[in-house]
Design a protein. Structure first.
Length: 125
């Protein structure tokens, strides 16, 4: 299994590839992408969707690890979030790391108020 590929940034030619030796019997740690779908209710109400994680580390046997974790953000309202422990993970697979880490959230929009009258922004020295 390919672990990492390095390509030339200009020509995109393959420079190097690292491979993993996979055990079918022993649990291993895999980096699995998170796939987000839907439009959060909070976004319709003016909130901003913040994606904090694009991957999650899972430990399990190679055939038990999903290709991706699908996350439907539709029910998220302003102030709501989903953590790693809220994800739909197969029963015989473990989450590596902090299970309370936020993966996605809907927050209040950041609105910059008008500059105070008569004041200019500070200039760099």
């Amino acid at each position: 299994m390919i672990k990492e590929i390095q390509a030339d940034p200009v020509t995109d030619l393959l420079l190097h590839a690292d491979f993993w030796e996979i055990s079918l019997e022993e649990p291993m740690v895999f980096k699995v992408p998170l796939s987000f779908s839907g439009k959060a209710k909070g976004v319709d109400l003016g909130g901003d969707l913040h994606i904090n994680r694009h991957h999650i580390s899972l430990k399990g046997k190679v055939f038990d690890i999903p290709d991706q974790i699908k996350i439907d953000v539709t029910p998220l309202e302003i102030g709501a979030s989903l953590t790693s422990k809220d994800l739909d993970i197969p029963q015989n697979v473990m989450i590596c790391g902090n299970i309370d880490e936020v993966c996605v959230s809907v927050v209040e929009p950041t609105v910059q108020g008008p500059a105070e009258e008569g004041k200019e922004p500070a200039k760099a020295k």
